[in-house]
Design a protein around this ligand. Sequence first.
Ligand code: BGC
Length: 736
Amino acid sequence: MTNEQIKALIADLSIEEKAGQLLQVAGNFYDKDSLTTGALDYFKITDKELELTGSILSISGAEKLKKIQDECMAKQPHHIPQVFMLDIINGYETIYPVPMAQGASFNPDMAKKCAAMAAIEGSAAGIHVTFSPMVDLVRDARWGRVMESTGEDSYLNGVLGAAMVEGYQGDDIKSKGKMGACVKHFAAYGGAEGGRDYDTVELSERTLREEYLPAYKACIDDGVKLVMTSFNTIKHVPAAGNKWLMKKVLRDEMGFDGMLISDYGAIVEMVNHNIAKDEVQAAELSINAGVDMDMMSLCYVHGLKKLLEEGKISQEMIDEAVFRVLSLKNELGLFDNPYKDASAEDEKKYILCDEHRKLAMEAAMDSFVLLENDDKMLPLSKDESVCFVGPFVDSKKVYGSWTFPSNDDSIVSIRQGIENIGAKNVSYAQGSQFLSNNMKLKNGEILTYDDEAKEKLLKEAVDAAKSSSKAVVCIGEHAQFTGEAASRTNITIPEEQMELLRAVSEVNENVVTLVVNGRPLELAEGKKLSKAVMVVWFPGTETGNAIANVIYGNNEPGGRVPMSFPYTVGQEPCYYNRLKSGRPNNGTLEQGYVMGYIDQIDKMLYPFGYGKTYTEFEYSTVEIEEKTGEEKPVLTLDKTLTASVVITNKGQREGTETVQMYVQDLFGSVCRPVKQLRGFEKVTLAPGESKKVSFVIKEEMLRFYNIDMEYTSEAGDFKVYIGPDSETDNFAEFVI
Ligand code: BGC
């Protein structure tokens, strides 16, 4: 359809049909068995209203969606197709590692391939749009949803988010196997105070613009088709009704002209926020802010007609929103083929196919972060006697919290992976339950079991550890401890599992701890009790195979920490690119009257960017290549600089280093962060091999919001650091 044809169609729609096009409803109203991602009881939709809806979320399956599409189109006066949306976050049925793990990979090509794979499976199952990527900047590990983000750095989030958008959308969302992407949650949902989900976000406009917005912008510049609003307030106004944020910042400044959808129930929640007295006023706020689609609230359906009749909003405002919704459907080709790629045959062909499983395994291996490896504990040899203990040895709950269609049968457990690789001298024991007695999960379930069972499990594991030369302890977070509505005041490994680790480490001095997690955890004690520690996140379908390959040395762990691990939760929020205090401390507890705590050194246990490999790399000092004749190299608006290091593999085996480039503006009209990531490159080197790695520094990388809130760079002194993590002190100086 041409734009004129879309406009002609809109002119022919009744106000009820228009409001219907702006409503998205959960799949449960069409199929009772479909899953839900939020509450349903408040949503009292009539049959008549249901007939006019424009979009359905959280339901999939080729045959099912074709049938629903037929039925819905038949009932609609203008036979407009539905657009089906789903949270395909880390895979559809072939599950690759959670986004936090993909952040750890520092590998945009991999993120793009994974997104493309997910789009192929999801579109075969009838889905047109995925609610991904989530690029919310996360600085507080208490927030349950950090697992859905690629981490604490806006540059890394932007690069990875844009790569995912490319993977989902390709060049044309109409093409087979492609779908629309929806970047979320605009804006700054990750900044919730205290890490409490759905709570207030209190940020200065400078921090919002400089740290939180760039990753969304990177996705918008890359052509993302949809943006989702966040639940939180920005400048004390909920995002779903925040005209400044949506009209001025998102539309005018960032140039987004695609479809803006609210988060689940976020429009009606403005009544709870005490900013709208009823759903009609909530509708007024959101339509005024330019929010096109109302996900799971009836504010538009109940409010728009009334607001129009009262002259509070104009017909043009409604038509503009309907135009965006219909344009998306048009771009997806739904007016010509309302099923798009839905095909039971393709579902069989692509879902969990070998190629996708292989990619899921590579992605998982690339995301594991080796934190400790004393005495070269890892890799293991297939002949040595090793026991694998812990509740994750046989667990299939290793895929994160947004993978609805996935079933446990397709998941390779750790035990299965070890068996597949053919390690000989191994034994297994569960060792402990996931959680201590009476712990409550986010779904309200309370886990209980008796003490006798606990003693028995522990004894089995201790016996296995006594008779093995090494013990691999597989522990971590219960899957229900991460994701939406799973914020925690503790970021520990559950006590029950720590008791297992303590008991095993008493009888075996060669402990390797594998941590399954969706967030940075307190690992100081685990580090003391183990010689090797490796974080594997929630690795997905190929969990066991990926872990076996890495711990037996066929592959190396490829990840680096994408979100700093504190010593204790009391240090949260905790991130590397902070401002310098007027009373800096020296990383000890010996000084008085300095920034920090009296009971905890001001350091992170594992800082952003950190991670070991199975080999050792050496860095030369940073050189800036351009000799400008001045004391320090000079960067100008039209002249870039190139900073380089030579890295050498000093170990005995091939390895891949994630070389990171950071900049620091030494003085500014406002305080500047101690370091900011501006580039990275993964480099694979054979033993003894050296390679020069160079990064181009451009003036635009150094811009920020100055004292007058102008986005610019300022003349002065800078440092460029190149090293293995955010604490590197390897730098060269230049001026601008
Ligand atoms: C979440 C979104 C998600 C939506 C639809 C909401 O509760 O915040 O991230 O995309 O549900 O499932």
